[in-house]
Ligand binder design. Structure first.
Ligand code: SF4
Length: 172
């Protein structure tokens, strides 16, 4: 890392390679349901990814949509992090707020993250493959009050804190 905490391009690349290898080695993977074709996004659409489906060929898959699992509904108002990343939310320094009306959805997002962690533990999942830029599932970049910044979402932060590897769909 350089003095301001940012990673050099070469260390970014080796970290990405390590995540890809962890995914290749994992017999069972927790996956953002929207990447598998579930229409569970906030706008009622899916984010089906052929690259994701190819990467999961031959593996057992545990689908999860933390936001739908927490009962936030489909469709639902879009939410941004406010004041930091998913790590900051768990530390009480940031919140999850609806983009338009700034209603606080932090507790529901944390409930969804706990359900994802429950599933990961129940099925002994070492690796999650999650959708980038989501306030729940992002692992490299998330929106903080409308601005894309480095960091992870609320579910990713909890899975990492439990020792699990989170791979981004953009790593593939
Ligand atoms: S990114 Fe995560 S929370 Fe958002 S729709 Fe996909 S699975 Fe659900």
């Amino acid at each position: 890392m350089d003095p301001d905490g940012a990673r050099s391009p070469s260390s970014e690349a080796s970290a990405r390679d390590a995540r890809r290898q962890a995914l290749r080695d994992a017999p069972v993977v927790l996956v953002s349901a929207c990447l598998l074709g579930e229409a569970c996004r906030y706008d009622g659409r899916s984010q089906r990814s052929e690259r994701v489906l190819a990467a999961l060929d031959g593996k057992s898959v545990v689908p999860i949509c933390p936001e739908a699992a927490a009962g936030m509904g489909i469709p639902r108002p879009p939410v941004d992090l406010s004041g930091g990343t998913g790590v900051d939310v768990w530390a009480g320094r940031a919140r999850a707020l609806t983009r338009e009306t700034r209603e606080d959805r932090t507790e529901a997002f944390q409930d969804g993250a706990r359900l994802a962690l429950d599933a990961a533990r129940r099925f002994e999942v070492p690796v999650a493959l999650l959708k980038e830029k989501s306030p729940s599932c992002g692992s490299q970049r998330v929106y903080d009050t409308g601005v894309l910044r480095p960091g992870e979402g609320i579910t990713t932060a909890l899975l990492r804190a439990d020792g699990r590897t989170v791979v981004s769909d953009e790593d593939l």
